[in-house]
Design a protein around this ligand. Structure first.
Ligand code: NAD
Length: 496
C-alpha cells in the first residue's frame, strides 16, 4: 500500500474535501498555483477552491503514468480485479458522502445522486469480473488454414489513457471509463469537469486509498483549455476517452489527429420518445417526464422530443402539463423535491436563451418558461407544442428541462421524424403492441432504444450512439475493448 498523503482540505458542512491534484501517488498543488472557485448551484455560493492544473501538470501526470504502465501492463487480470473490487467497496463505504457532495456540487436531488453512486459500484464490480476473465480469454488461438502455423490473438492494454469527463453525471461518466481502463491494464490520467470536481476528487481519494501502484491513476483538475487540450495533445497518451459536448469532442478529435492517438467520444443528443395511440397513457407520462426532467433535463440521453400519435396528442399534452405543474423544484436535499437547479450559471443562461428562441421560432409554450425567483439556477419544467421541425429547439441539444412535442399520423412518419436529426444517441418507444415496439426499435438510428421502459442502463450492456452522438461504445465488453490493443502472434508449430 502506498501511504495516502495528507493535503490541505476545505470542508463543507464538516466534510473534509480533497482539493488538490493527484499525481504519481501523491496529492499535490498545481504547478502554476492557480485555483478554481467551485459553486453550489442551489445557492450560487462558493463551495470550495480547487487547484487548477496546466500543461506542466498534465505532462508530470502523463510521465508518471508512463513509468507505472511498464509494470502495471504485466499484472494479471485477477490482480487488477482486486483493486477494482477494493474501489467498489470504498465507494460503498462512502456512499452517502459521495451522494451528498454530488448534490451539493451538481444540484441533482439526493435520491438521484444515490442512484449514481449505485451505478458507480455496479460498474467497478462488473469490470472486476471482466478483468478476471482476461486471464483466461485475453489470449486465444485462431483457426487458420495452415497446419504448420499457430496464430494467437492477444488483447493488450492500450497504454497511458486520458479520460475527460463532463459535469452532468460526473462520477458515473468517470466510472464508465476508469473501471474498464484499469481492468484492461492501462495507466490513467483523469480530467474531471471544472464545474463538478468535488465528487470526482472524493472518488479519486477512494481510488488513491485502494493501494494502486503510484502513477497508475492520476487526476489533474482544471479547465478544458488548460488541462483537457494538453492531455488530448500529449504524445505519450495512446488514447483519449472523452465525454462532453459534440463541439468540444470534435476539437479533441482534431487535436488527437496530430499524434494519431485513438479517440472514443460520447457526445450530445436530441433524442425522441415515440408514443403510439395504443400506449398506456399513465406509463407514457411517466416515461416522458423521466426522460425529459430527470437531472433537470441535463442528460445526453434526454428524450426531449416527444412524437405522439395525433389522436392522443391533446390528452397526452394535458397530462404532461399537469405533471410539469406538480413537479416539485427546489433544494436537492429537501425530501419530496423532484428537480434541482441547473448545474451552472452558464447552463442556466443557455436554457433561458433557448426558451426565448423557441417562442420566437413559433413553438407554442404550454407551461413553464420562466426562471424561479431567488438564488439558484432553478428553471421550471417547460413544454412547447407545435414545434417547427426547422427550429433550434427541435434540432439542437438544450440540456435543460425543456420538452418539445409534435404529432405524427403514421408509424413511418414517426420513425422518419425521430431519425431526422444529426444526433442518434437513444430513443424510447411506448406502445402496447410488442411487435410494433420491436419493429420501430429496429428502424431507429439510435445506439440505445427502450421499449416501454425507463432509462435503465446496466454495465453489462452497451452505451453510445449513432451519427454525431458517439464514436465507439462504452460499457459491456465494448467498453473494455476500447482500452485494448490487439496483437497477432504467428509462429511455426513445433518450434519450426
Ligand atoms: P464540455 O464539452 O463543455 O466539457 C466536457 C469536458 O471537456 C470537460 O471536462 C471540459 O473541461 C473538457 N474540455 C473543454 N474544452 C476542451 C478542449 N479544448 N480539449 C479537451 N477537453 C476540453 O461538456 P459539458 O458541458 O461538461 O457536458 C455536457 C455535454 O456532455 C452535453 O453535450 C452532453 O450531451 C454530453 N454528455 C454526453 C454523454 C454521453 O454518454 N454521450 C454523457 C454525459 C454528457
Amino acid at each position: 500500500m502506498n501511504t495516502p498523503q495528507v493535503s490541505p482540505c476545505d470542508s463543507i458542512d464538516g466534510i473534509q474535501l480533497q482539493t488538490q491534484l493527484y499525481i504519481d501517488g501523491r496529492w499535490c498543488g498545481a504547478a502554476g498555483g492557480a485555483q478554481l472557485a467551485i459553486f453550489n448551484p442551489s445557492t450560487e455560493e462558493v463551495l470550495a477552491h480547487v487547484d487548477a492544473g496546466s500543461a506542466d501538470d498534465v505532462d508530470r501526470a502523463v510521465r508518471a503514468a508512463g513509468r507505472a504502465f511498464k509494470s502495471w501492463r504485466n499484472t494479471s487480470g485477477s490482480a487488477r480485479a482486486h483493486y477494482l473490487r477494493a474501489i467498489a467497496v470504498g465507494v460503498e463505504a462512502r456512499r452517502e458522502r459521495l451522494a451528498t457532495l454530488q448534490s451539493q456540487n451538481n444540484g441533482k436531488p439526493l435520491e438521484e445522486a444515490r442512484i449514481d453512486v449505485g451505478d458507480v459500484i455496479a460498474t467497478f464490480e462488473y469490470y472486476a469480473e471482466l478483468a478476471e476473465g482476461l486471464d483466461v480469454k485475453g489470449e486465444s488461438e485462431v483457426a487458420i488454414p495452415s497446419p504448420e502455423h499457430r496464430a494467437l490473438i492477444r488483447r493488450e492494454p492500450a497504454g497511458v489513457v486520458g479520460l475527460i469527463v463532463p459535469w452532468n453525471f460526473p462520477m458515473v461518466t468517470t466510472a464508465w471509463k476508469l473501471a474498464p481502463a484499469l481492468a484492461a491494464g492501462c495507466a490513467v490520467v483523469l480530467k474531471p469537469s471544472e464545474i463538478t470536481p468535488l465528487p470526482e476528487l472524493e472518488l479519486a481519494s477512494i481510488v488513491a486509498e485502494c493501494g494502486l501502484p503510484p502513477g497508475v491513476f492520476n487526476v489533474v483538475t482544471g479547465t478544458g483549455v488548460e488541462v483537457g487540450a494538453p492531455l488530448a495533445a500529449h504524445p505519450l497518451v495512446a488514447k483519449v476517452s472523452f465525454t462532453g459536448s459534440t463541439g468540444v469532442g470534435q476539437t479533441v478529435m482534431k487535436t488527437a489527429a496530430d499524434t494519431l492517438k485513438g479517440v472514443s467520444l460520447e457526445l450530445g443528443g436530441k433524442s425522441s420518445i415515440i408514443v403510439f395511440a395504443d400506449a398506456n397513457l399513465d406509463l407514457a407520462v411517466d416515461l416522458v417526464a423521466g426522460g425529459a426532467f430527470f437531472n433537470a433535463g441535463q442528460m445526453c440521453s434526454a428524450t426531449s422530443r416527444v412524437l405522439v400519435d395525433r389522436s392522443i396528442a391533446d390528452a397526452l399534452v394535458e397530462r404532461l402539463a399537469d405533471r410539469a405543474a406538480r413537479t416539485v423544484v427546489g433544494d436537492p436535499f429537501l425530501s419530496g423535491v423532484q428537480m434541482g437547479p441547473l448545474t451552472s450559471r452558464a447552463q442556466f443562461e443557455r436554457v433561458q436563451c433557448y426558451i426565448a428562441r423557441g417562442k420566437e421560432e413559433g413553438a407554442r409554450l404550454v407551461i413553464g418558461g420562466e426562471p424561479m425567483m431567488g438564488a439558484g439556477y432553478f428553471v421550471r419544467p417547460t413544454i412547447f407544442v407545435d414545434v417547427p421541425t426547422n427550429s433550434s429547439v427541435w434540432r439542437e441539444e438544450i440540456f435543460g428541462p425543456v420538452l418539445c412535442v409534435r404529432s405524427f399520423d403514421s408509424e413511418q412518419d414517426a420513425i422518419d421524424a425521430a431519425n431526422d436529426s444529426e444526433f442518434g444517441l437513444v430513443a424510447t418507444v411506448v406502445t402496447s403492441d410488442e411487435a410494433r415496439g420491436k419493429r420501430v426499435a429496429d428502424a431507429l438510428d439510435a445506439g440505445v432504444v427502450w421499449i416501454n421502459a425507463p432509462q435503465l442502463i446496466f454495465p453489462q450492456t452497451s452505451w453510445g450512439g449513432y451519427k454525431r452522438s458517439s464514436l465507439g461504445r462504452e460499457l459491456g465488453p465494448f467498453g473494455l475493448a476500447a482500452f485494448q490493443e490487439i496483437k497477432q502472434i504467428l509462429s511455426v508449430r513445433n518450434g519450426g
